[in-house]
Design a protein around this ligand. Structure first.
Ligand code: ATP
Ligand code: MG
Length: 172
């Protein structure tokens, strides 16, 4: 069966972008497809997927720093972001994967740490059978235009609003 590598974008302000991408990792790994996840923003929690993905044989690379919009060191943030992007470009060129998840990549574009045209050009050069999932709020217009599939998560309700704190297995 011929495979067409798709560019999929999960964006919007509602919860579910990263978990939808992880669901695809689960699904693809069940078919024995090589999957790699690159997280561009280091969260402050110990996320369950950090332990679960290796058990599935899925490679996970957590790169970058924490919350870059409120940073005490924007130069370091930018440098780490670009290192993470270089790593991603090498990874795409390696041909190792069939599914590559670029979690929170949209923030690098939104905050101008990575040039959108450069990013789109690199994605267009990827192996033809490589599916790429990009997650994160504020997906820029050019990325949305280039994608084969775009889903916008819309918040209807979130337990945080009632003061329910983040819980293991739900938020992290
Ligand atoms: P998840 O990782 O749970 O799929 P996400 O990737 O859609 O969430 P992000 O924008 O990456 O959401 O935000 C990460 C964290 O913020 C998660 O802990 C998530 O539950 C929480 N979050 C996401 N959307 C909302 C919201 N609308 N209100 C409050 N917290 C949210
Ligand atoms: Mg997310």
């Amino acid at each position: 069966m011929e495979t067409k590598g798709l560019l999929l974008v999960f964006t919007g302000k509602g919860k579910g972008k990263t978990t939808a991408a992880l669901g695809m990792a689960l699904r693809a790994s069940g078919h024995g497809l090589p999957v790699c996840v690159i997280q561009f923003i280091k969260g402050s929690w110990h996320y369950g997927e950090m332990d679960a993905l290796p058990k599935l044989g899925v490679e996970l690379h957590v790169m970058g720093r924490g919350f870059t919009w409120n940073s005490d060191n924007p130069d370091a943030d930018r440098r780490l972001a670009l290192e993470a992007w270089d790593f991603t470009c090498q990874r795409m060129a390696s041909g190792k994967d069939r599914l590559l998840i670029l979690d929170e990549l949209t923030y690098l574009l939104h905050y101008g740490m990575l040039d959108e045209a450069d990013c789109l050009a690199a994605l267009a050069r990827r192996p033809p059978d490589l599916h790429v999932v990009v997650t994160g709020r504020y997906a820029p217009e050019g990325l949305v235009a280039a994608a084969d599939l775009v889903t916008e998560m819309q918040e209807i309700r979130h337990p945080l609003r009632k003061g329910v704190k983040a819980q293991a297995g739900i938020e992290f």
